[in-house]
Design a protein around this ligand. Sequence first.
Ligand code: ADP
Ligand code: MG
Length: 372
Amino acid sequence: MKRYFRMAGLCILMILGCSACGQAQIENIQSIDTAMGTVVRQSVYLTDTAFAESEEAQSQATSSVLSDITQILQNLEEQVLSWRMETSQVAAINASAGNPQGIALSGEMADILLACNQVAEDSNGALDITIGEVVRLWDIDAWASYENSTVQDTSTYVLPQESEIAEALAKSGYEKLVWNKQGEQETGDSAYVLTLPDEVQIDLGAVGKGIALDSIHAYLQECPQVCGAVISVGGSVLTYGSKNGDGAESNPWKVGIVNPLNTEENIGYLTLEGQWCVSTSGDYERYVEVDGKRYHHIIDPSTGMPADSGVRSVTILTKDGLESDALSTACFILGVEEGMELAEKYGAQALFIDANGEITMSEGMEQYFHLY
Ligand code: ADP
Ligand code: MG
């Protein structure tokens, strides 16, 4: 059986079929779509409680999970994360730069920024979401993304000059943010007012996909018809529940790890049971090449240049999406030794691949990782 649904935007959706497992009938639905400027792959397993009497009602029940998730991502971008869209909270925060009154944060945004601040402190500023002006200067968002496999002419790209980088760096620094706690609040609003000095701009590109995983996870928990799912948002993957609805360990999720030296292939994969977040930061995800040299999208805030720690990719495995994404970016910048310490501090598992293709992983990662 094969059915196609139309959803907003580019979407290929197939129902792959039903499988009987004990008494329960499980249906697997999949889609590939784009949201938040990246490719979103969804594979959702529904239990027979989702199957309504009529075919039409069944179609609706199955397709709505996929479209709900796409909608969650669109809302997140438009209302919370995007620095480009005026409708977002990040845009409002950036517009407040230089206003001594500061801006009152939503509870959601306060949680995000405080978590980023903590990783910034713990990584000695390797992760720094106030790096917006430097990211703009490099024009990273205009670069072709490997995930979107967009061919882009970068022959006219002009590298930023040292003086421009120094100027942009002077407008960055997480310690420049001024936090004011104004007593506890019982509404959805937070008690925090944040003040940004003039020209400081925040950029949540390093954590956006991880935040998306957390939102999807919260949504899935409210969907009794979903027994399992694996959702990837660019280089970040959420695994949830199980394929057969009984939490059985016989059929774990497999999450491929791209070989950063040859992105056409996976170097290995993780086998995971239940809920996990896997984030990978690599120098192949978004970059330009100028005079044969690659300039990628992960900036070392201590230099304003693409990080050069000898690492080609870092994969972080943890339960929390924001944390996995924040740590993968920070660990890429810190390199193997310091990165491993940081991951350990968060109880996260880490896997580093260096320029020679050599793999270094935390002890706990060994039980999940399989080399091809
Ligand atoms: P991806 O988004 O491809 O998964 P990352 O999660 O590593 O990659 O995030 C990289 C993005 O984060 C960049 O595109 C940029 O917007 C932003 N960024 C780059 N360097 C830093 C940094 N040191 N700290 C915080 N954000 C950064
Ligand atoms: Mg990241």
